[in-house]
Design a protein around this ligand. Structure first.
Ligand SMILES: NC(=O)c1ccc[n+]([C@@H]2O[C@H](COP(=O)([O-])OP(=O)(O)OC[C@H]3O[C@@H](n4cnc5c(N)ncnc54)[C@H](O)[C@@H]3O)[C@@H](O)[C@H]2O)c1
Length: 247
């Protein structure tokens, strides 16, 4: 894949799926910016990715829920590398609970990080991408944004919203050479799912035709395809990466 020297920014890239995406994009030659609310995690991940793949990598502390922090995040990327070509909106959180008991603060927090965070980051990143008349935006949605899920009204609403945002950004920016797509992972083996009980994990496994949770690398490969030069005629799409759990 031809991505050599493209500048890629991954939000929430300090660990989990975001970290695997950073590794994969570095492997195909991108210069990497890892942004995470955990600044130490971002800096450490960037140092490791840079050494492992012999690319330039920058770690920045950033909260995607905060407009001024997002502006500074994109500013740091452009200042360091002179451009921004690829944005992966990966930062996300869960605050699960049944609808009746869900606290308003938990609704607001999940919508703010998972949906508004992608809006703010896209708005800032679209400027340097427009200048270069080339860009790739990949939003990390979720299988539950298509299926719904008990106990996740806030998270599901945010992920379904992210799919709507993806399609609108795709339409608004198509003429400028910028594509916008979503990857919708199924259940992936990260800290987020390790928090689930054994019973829930067994129940999930029964619904996955491939009989395994996905790996962060499974998601990273899908993202790298959508970020590639070769995916230039693909926009506004949702690439489900879920072992067949949802078709
Ligand atoms: N793990 C799964 O099964 C699964 C399935 C579908 C979708 N996803 C999505 O994939 C993405 C990554 O999930 P993960 O499993 O790697 O989670 P994770 O909790 O392991 O990692 C999330 C990262 O995002 C960072 N982060 C959290 N809030 C932030 C903020 N406000 N600003 C910047 N960074 C922030 C965290 O510090 C962390 O490094 C999320 O959007 C999640 O919703 C995960």
């Amino acid at each position: 894949m031809s991505l050599r020297d493209r500048v890629a920014l991954i939000t929430g890239g300090g660990r989990g799926i975001g970290r695997a995406i950073a590794d994969r994009l570095a492997e195909v030659g991108c210069r990497i910016v890892i942004a995470d609310v955990d600044q130490g995690g971002a800096e450490q991940a960037a140092a490791e990715v840079g050494v492992a793949h012999e690319v330039d990598a920058l770690g920045v502390g950033a909260n995607v829920a905060d407009a001024s922090s997002v502006k500074a995040m994109v500013g740091a990327a452009v200042e360091e590398f002179g451009a921004l070509d690829i944005l992966v909106n990966n930062a996300g959180i869960t605050r699960d609970g049944l609808l009746l008991r869900m606290k308003e603060a938990d609704w607001d927090q999940v919508l703010t990080v998972n949906l508004k965070g992608a809006f703010l980051s896209t708005q800032q990143a679209a400027r340097p991408m427009s200048k270069g008349r080339w860009g790739r935006i990949v939003n990390i949605a979720s299988i539950v944004g298509a299926m719904g899920n008990v106990g996740q009204a806030n998270y599901v609403a945010a992920k379904a919203g992210l799919i709507g945002l993806t399609k609108t950004v795709a339409r608004e920016y198509a003429a400028r050479g910028i594509t916008c797509n979503a990857v919708a992972p199924g259940f992936i083996d990260t800290a987020m799912t390790q928090a689930l009980s054994d019973e829930i994990r067994a129940g999930l496994m029964a619904q996955i035709p491939m009989k395994r949770l996905g790996s962060p690398e499974d998601v990273a490969h899908a993202v790298a395809f959508l970020a590639s030069e070769e995916a230039g005629y693909v926009t506004g799409q949702v690439l489900h990466t879920n072992g067949g759990m949802y078709m």
